[in-house]
Design a binder for this molecule. Sequence first.
Ligand code: IDP
Ligand code: MG
Length: 151
Amino acid sequence: MGSRTFVLIKPDGVQRGLVGAIIRRFEERGLKLVGIQMRHVSEELAESYYAEHRGKDFFLPLVAYVTSGPVVAMVWEGPQAVEVARGTIGATDPADATPGTIRGDYGVDISRNLVHGADSEASARREIGLFFRDEEILSYTRIDEFWLRGS
Ligand code: IDP
Ligand code: MG
């Protein structure tokens, strides 16, 4: 089994009709989708999910943003899943993000950056645990795994 990461399409991604385009980036890159759910994020969940940012000046707007509409929460698996997903997502501020990344192709402002990706394996485990029960994460072989990894 490869490592896992947690990715969340924020409410602007859903409202702008970019769910398919965003999922496609990870899917075509070669990560394997092993968990997915659409939901609203409660204030309580947002505050624990973004606990590291409590006290910063953007914390309350961030909680308001992520609770403002449905999100799509996902678990992706693959070699170095955390780093690979963060690379596909791009820099935090879409204005600085490289074209070719999700934020660099679809965003212009740091307050609406479309997607979240866990920043370490420990964060991924914590965030997956906040959103998913164990039985909601699936185990299966993708038919192209050999062609993605060479073994
Ligand atoms: P990351 O999402 O690239 O890991 P973090 O520094 O962990 O970036 O920040 C979490 C989220 O908080 C960002 O994705 C963005 O939505 C928001 N955020 C971070 N810095 C700012 C800011 O300066 N203004 C407004 N929102 C911010
Ligand atoms: Mg972060």
